[in-house]
Design a protein around this ligand. Structure first.
Ligand code: AR6
Length: 178
């Protein structure tokens, strides 16, 4: 499903973050050490291989709410933006830290002159952040930041399950089409 926010195209799709060949950058739901993990980080590091580990090692550790950018070895994208989301019930204030991930990712994409970025639902897997609240944070951050984006014109949220895609569509609809 597609939305608009201040002229930025915003898509919500079901799929795998490593399979977004038409996007300049994909976002990783990383761990602080920027190493292979489960979920999104597992899929990205498995696809990218040891070249990615060599690139991330000197950049780690990163703090919650921060993002760093690397190349995207063996992936169809130009860059990977690695974000460390909050752990639900541990990192506080979790919504602000999650919004910070999205903002920092958008800033890095903008600084690099990228046109398109695909995001997973950061923090909603191993880190336990509630899916509906995460969709609200994502869509409100897009709304707040879209007006200042210049090079970035397309954003995509890639949800792993149909249930999560439908929930994101409903929340994005109510926030972006209000
Ligand atoms: N493509 C798109 N979405 C996915 C994929 C995929 N290939 N795989 C899982 N998801 P998670 P987090 C969904 O756990 O909560 C890692 O081990 C998944 O259903 O990847 O930020 C790291 O090493 C969920 O909705 O990220 C960290 O230690 C969402 O992506 C920690 O987990 C995020 O799940 C990060 O936890």
């Amino acid at each position: 499903m597609g939305f608009q926010a201040n002229g930025i195209e915003v898509e919500v799709v079901q799929g795998d973050i490593t399979d977004q060949s038409d996007m300049d950058a994909i976002v990783n739901a990383a761990n602080a050490e920027l190493r292979m993990g489960g979920g999104v980080a597992g899929a990205i590091h498995r696809a990218a291989g040891s070249e990615l580990d060599e690139e991330t090692r000197p950049l780690a550790p990163i703090n919650t709410g921060e993002a760093v950018m690397t190349s995207a070895p063996n992936l169809p994208n130009r860059y990977i933006i690695h974000c460390l989301g909050p752990v639900h019930g541990v990192d506080d204030p979790a919504s602000t830290l999650l919004a910070s991930c999205y903002q920092r990712a958008l800033e890095l994409a903008e600084d690099a002159g990228l046109e398109s970025v695909a995001f997973p639902a950061i923090s909603t897997g191993a880190f336990g952040f509630p899916m509906e609240q995460a969709a609200e944070v994502a869509s409100r951050t897009i709304l707040a930041r879209s007006g200042s984006l210049q090079s970035v014109r397309r954003l995509r949220w890639v949800l792993f399950s149909e249930e999560d895609r439908i929930l994101h569509e409903e929340v994005f609809e109510s926030v972006l089409n209000a």
